[in-house]
Ligand binder design. Structure first.
Ligand code: PXG
Length: 454
């Protein structure tokens, strides 16, 4: 749909009047007017002014197979006709949820054979808290309640999700759960100082050991982390980080929760980020890409040692949502997994799309504004800096905000996290698509440099 400028203004007016957007300064947006997206196809979106924009963020890290996937639409329509809703409470179930549970058990790491369904990644992380606490209660260690996360980690926006995450700007707007603690993030470029990435990775990981000892291992239940921080700025940990975290979790016997909401379903070139880093998580929350973003579905994959204990519980596990295992969302997920397998997209990211994107993306490091580029598979980040040698940053998020707007002007959705620019394009991006993305990102950087007068 191409709308007229007049209609765009009218919709923006109504939007500002009635619609409270997530993570938004309502007043500022109302003044500026929101961008109205009216349709999408393949790797492109179109706005109400008719501009065609390459979606470098796969919606919000979720439309990994791109738009216009009729097969998912058909599966959803068929399921809606057959059984649009039934619950999985009170000893009931239905074929789509059963089939999806089995399918997920097939593709998850070997030791993960059970799933609890939710409606989102945030609900998945609320479920994580409930499972972790129940597990240790049933193990006869009810004092083990503390969950350790990381500063600048993101695990969603419910009270539990936002508490597990370590976003200071979120924490200051509510009272985080008292049993969640945070340690340093493995963000070498911003916090590594004079240390090598390898030294810094070890140091950041060892904060977990220090924190466990400070709190007492008898109080600590679990550690939660994203394999690579997504919303925090595509922070790829140094190679030394995950092996050391693994060692500490094993040695102290605490549960390892790897949040796969962004990296699940192929983004690193492995089915799960845990497999990319050779981790053996006890719990694996997921969402987003499982339905290609077409339906709201999340869940928690449960490792055998936790599942065995929960399944021996003589009481109900007193937790669940009306839409846990909603049949229509499960049908969307099954169609998504069919496509992912048939088009061999995970292998394609590992062998072709990922390496080519990383090679072309790294060329942007030569740009005068860019201090570092990094990435894995189909994600990338670049740091906008005043000075490449000293790694001196621009104030606040000024450069990032400009670059985000310039990127749209250049025809590309690139997200700004402060002064870090990030991309997570659909896994179906072709080599030509990669070239287009990098050309547009470079144009955005040139326009940003001009605007900043550097
Ligand atoms: N865990 C991780 C790792 C996430 O990235 C969630 C949990 C929560 O999922 P739901 O479905 O409840 O949103 C997320 C979500 C951003 C951005 O700006 C990232 C997310 C959500 C919204 C914005 O990068 N990730």
């Amino acid at each position: 749909m191409k709308t007229s400028v007049g209609l765009t203004k009218q919709l923006q007016g109504l939007d500002g009047e009635h619609f409270l957007h997530p993570f938004t300064d309502f007043g500022a947006l109302r003044k500026k007017g929101s961008r109205i997206i009216t349709r999408a196809d393949g790797v492109y979106i179109w706005d109400s002014e008719g501009n065609q924009i390459l979606d470098g963020m796969s919606g919000l890290w979720c439309c990994n197979l791109g738009y216009g996937r009729q097969e998912i639409v058909d599966a959803v329509a068929k399921q809606m006709q057959e059984l649009p809703y039934y619950n999985s409470f009170f000893q009931c179930t239905h074929p789509p949820a059963i089939e999806l549970a089995r399918r997920l058990a097939d593709i998850a790491p070997e030791h993960m054979n059970n799933v609890f369904f939710t409606g989102s990644g945030s609900e998945a992380n609320d479920t994580v808290v409930r499972m972790v606490h129940r597990y240790w209660d049933l193990k006869g260690q009810p004092d083990k309640k503390v969950i350790i996360g990381r500063r600048n980690g993101y695990h969603g926006s419910t009270i539990a999700g936002a508490s597990l995450g370590g976003m200071g700007f979120m924490h200051k707007q509510f009272i985080p759960l008292p049993y969640v603690e945070h340690i340093q993030q493995p963000y070498w470029y911003a916090e590594g100082g004079e240390l090598s990435p390898e030294e810094f990775g070890l140091q950041a990981a060892r904060e977990l050991e220090t924190k466990i000892n400070e709190l007492g291992v008898d109080k600590v239940a679990a550690f939660i982390a994203e394999p690579i921080q997504g919303a925090g700025g595509v922070i790829v940990p140094p190679a030394t980080y995950w092996p050391e975290i693994k060692r500490i979790c094993d040695e102290y016997g605490i549960l390892l929760v790897v949040d796969e909401v962004i990296f699940g379903f192929g983004r690193t070139g492995k089915m799960f980020g845990s497999q990319y880093y050779d981790l053996k998580p006890d719990l694996m929350p997921f969402a987003k890409g499982v339905t290609n973003g077409y339906q709201p579905l999340g869940g928690v994959m449960v490792g055998d040692r936790v599942a065995a204990v929960l399944k021996e519980d003589s009481e109900d596990f007193a937790h669940g949502y009306t839409y846990s295992g909603h049949p229509v969302t499960c049908a969307a997920a099954l169609a998504t997994l069919d496509i992912l397998e048939r088009e061999q997209l995970v292998a394609k990211v590992a062998d072709q799309t990922g390496p080519y994107l990383q090679q072309r993306w790294s060329e942007l490091a030569e740009h005068p504004l860019v201090g570092e580029t990094r990435g894995v598979g189909c994600v990338g980040a670049l740091e906008l800096v005043k000075n490449k040698q000293s790694r001196a940053r621009f104030d606040g998020s000024s450069a990032g905000d400009i670059c985000r707007d310039m990127s749209i002007k250049a025809g590309l959705v690139m997200r700004a996290v402060g002064n870090t620019m990030i991309i997570a394009p659909p896994l179906v991006l072709t080599d030509d698509g990669v070239d287009e993305l990098v050309d547009k990102a470079r144009k955005a950087l040139d326009l940003t440099a001009k605007e900043l007068g550097v």
